[in-house]
Write a protein that binds this ligand. Structure first.
Ligand SMILES: NC(=O)c1ccc[n+]([C@@H]2O[C@H](COP(=O)([O-])OP(=O)(O)OC[C@H]3O[C@@H](n4cnc5c(N)ncnc54)[C@H](OP(=O)(O)O)[C@@H]3O)[C@@H](O)[C@H]2O)c1
Length: 247
């Protein structure tokens, strides 16, 4: 793949880059010439991606990251600051979706979803907001879901977490005048997201739902488009659905 160097490379932190949308986004943005700081828990996968992209001339730094811990996000921000003296973009992409009906009482999975999908996004914002405020410039991109707009059976807690991400994003947008805030709202996308569903009925329902999934590059391109806008243009939400999906 050819490296296209942009006129204005950005310093970008991306969470959840070890698979799916995050991995495709890391490739896409790194190949545009941006400086990428990629994090996730499966470090071996990130290191493989780092090796592949560096061989193409891309600038990528992989770091072990658990978004449920504020210190991890502070560490990746500190590394980017050390190297470049600024952070231009944070992409809060890490997320999990262990769907189940509420009656299954999978309380530990509810906790995990809220920890990763909501607290993880808040911790990312906490780690980067003071830096961006001081810079008087920056862009925070949160990955929500069509589940941030409507609810389906078995997805109450997942949708609640994504409704929360939408609320947090709009609150952040209103509170800041120099920081751009974008909500990326994917429909069904090929990834490992549904692989961790432990509830049999939810897993079966998802197989039909995900039949028309788009490749993750479709979302990566939308993210790149939002980043490429000038500082004065705040693209607040992009919904990326498969044409064939009614949801
Ligand atoms: N695929 C879809 O249809 C779809 C639709 C709407 C929204 N989304 C959203 O898109 C985002 C990316 O999901 P995906 O579809 O690409 O699924 P995926 O392939 O399962 O990727 C999820 C990523 O999140 C990371 N992650 C999970 N827990 C983490 C933690 N505690 N700390 C750091 N990283 C963590 C995973 O890495 P490790 O396991 O290595 O930590 C992985 O890199 C999620 O927010 C998801 O809700 C996806």
């Amino acid at each position: 793949m050819k490296l296209t160097v942009l006129g204005d490379p950005k310093v970008i932190i991306l969470t959840g880059a070890s698979s799916g949308i995050g991995e495709a986004t890391a490739r896409y943005l790194a190949r545009q010439g941006h400086f990428l700081y990629i994090g996730a828990r499966r470090l071996e996968r990130l290191l493989k991606l780092q090796t592949e992209l560096r061989a193409e001339g891309c600038k990528v730094v992989a770091m072990d990251l658990d978004v449920t811990r504020l210190e991890g996000l502070q560490r990746i921000v500190a590394k980017a600051l050390d190297d470049h003296g600024r952070v231009d973009v944070l992409i809060n992409n890490a997320g999990i979706m262990p769907l189940s009906p509420l009656s299954a009482l999978k309380v530990a999975e509810w906790d995990q979803m809220l920890d990763v999908n909501v607290r993880g996004v808040l911790y990312g914002i906490a780690a980067v907001l003071p830096v961006m405020q001081q810079q008087e410039q920056g862009h925070i991109i949160n990955i929500a879901s069509v589940g941030a707009h409507r609810v389906w059976p078995s997805s109450a807690v997942y949708c609640a977490s994504k409704f929360a991400v939408r609320a947090i994003s709009d609150g952040l947008r209103q509170e800041t005048e120099t920081i751009r805030v974008t909500l990326i709202t994917p429909g069904v996308i090929e990834s490992e997201l549904a692989d961790h569903i432990t509830d049999e009925s939810a897993r079966l329902a998802m197989q039909e739902f995900r039949r028309v999934a788009l490749p993750p590059e479709a979302v990566a391109q939308a993210i790149a488009y939002a980043i490429a806008q000038p500082d004065s243009v705040d693209l607040n939400e992009i919904i990326v659905r498969p044409t064939a999906s009614p949801h």
